[in-house]
Design a protein around this ligand. Structure first.
Ligand code: SF4
Length: 295
């Protein structure tokens, strides 16, 4: 049985495949906590503020409020939300995905395309940290194949701290699946997590033993001087490691709510990001669905 935080249908809101209708598997569990997000002083844990929720009234995922402080997906790893976790078999996960695709996207379950336009629908693994679940991701893909359900586009959203397993990438390559990585390494000056950016780990995602899978690297930034300085020094390592590989670099302004994302300071962050040569990842799903999890 696998611990699943939620299975939902939405569109890809950020980065490379933004706009693509997507079926999501959000795993429960993460190796980081990122409590510095939304804090005035992310590098000083003693100053952290906390959201106060009444966990007794949170009975299902739609009741989960979007937090102001810390990880915006804490419901996908924090023990306080463990009563919402679903323990699901591979068969149950796949059955639910296909039913959801049919219901929400009028999806041809054998082709993962819309029945009218033929446009593709992708499968997106997120978390928590999905790279803690490579065996399960592999089993889901194998079960889809067993059911002759030909998913083609896959995105994995990861914090980039866990090595990719050869068996997992080989399966994707051998079966001709179109995998895109959405890697979000966490800056200390924004997330409060120190020393968790590992270009050499992210390098394993490209698959040096197989043709390359595209990698998008997305940094959440808060526009402080400390943040830009840290990003500058980290980018030296990335540009050295991934030189000529076509890796795309994005920034995303910090903020989990529509109020955060429409502050005037966001425009300043975006302008500075473009000046420094980044693509801009805005959180389009928040503009559409508002402050709601499962979108
Ligand atoms: S890596 Fe992502 S899911 Fe994990 S704690 Fe940080 S922001 Fe949250």
């Amino acid at each position: 049985m696998t611990k699943i935080s939620e299975i939902f249908a939405s569109f890809q809101g950020e980065a490379g495949r933004a706009g693509m209708p997507s079926l999501w598997v959000r795993f429960f569990g993460c190796n980081l906590e990122c409590q510095g997000f939304g804090q005035e002083f992310p590098m000083e844990p003693d100053t952290y503020k906390k959201d106060v929720f009444d966990f007794n009234v949170i009975k299902e995922m739609k009741d989960v409020p979007v937090p102001q402080f810390g990880c915006d997906s804490s419901y996908s790893w924090s023990k306080q939300f463990k009563h919402l976790v679903r323990r699901m078999s591979i068969d149950e996960i796949v059955t639910e995905l296909l039913a959801l695709g049919k219901d929400r996207f009028d999806m041809d379950e054998f082709e993962w395309t819309n029945l009218r336009t033929g446009q593709p629908i992708q499968l997106c693994f997120t978390g928590g940290e999905p790279m803690l679940n490579q065996k399960t991701m592999l089993e889901i893909l194998k079960e889809l194949d067993r059911r002759e359900s030909n998913v083609h586009y896959i995105t994995i959203e990861t914090n980039g701290t866990k090595l990719a397993k050869k068996e997992f990438l080989n399966y994707i390559w051998v079966n001709g699946l179109d995998l895109e990585w959405a890697v979000s390494p966490k800056l200390f000056s924004v997330s409060g997590e120190a020393c968790v950016v590992f270009p050499e780990v992210i390098d394993t995602y490209a698959g040096s033993w197989v043709p390359e899978f595209p990698i998008n690297i997305k940094f959440v930034v808060n526009g402080t001087e400390a943040c830009w300085d840290e990003l500058d020094s980290i980018m030296i390592k990335f540009l050295d490691k991934f030189h000529g590989s076509g890796t795309a670099y994005w920034i995303m302004p910090e903020g989990a709510t529509i109020e955060d994302q429409t502050q005037k300071s966001v425009a300043d962050i975006v302008n500075e990001g473009m000046r420094r040569g980044f693509k801009i990842a805005t959180r389009n799903h928040i503009a559409v669905y508002g402050n709601q999890v499962g979108t």
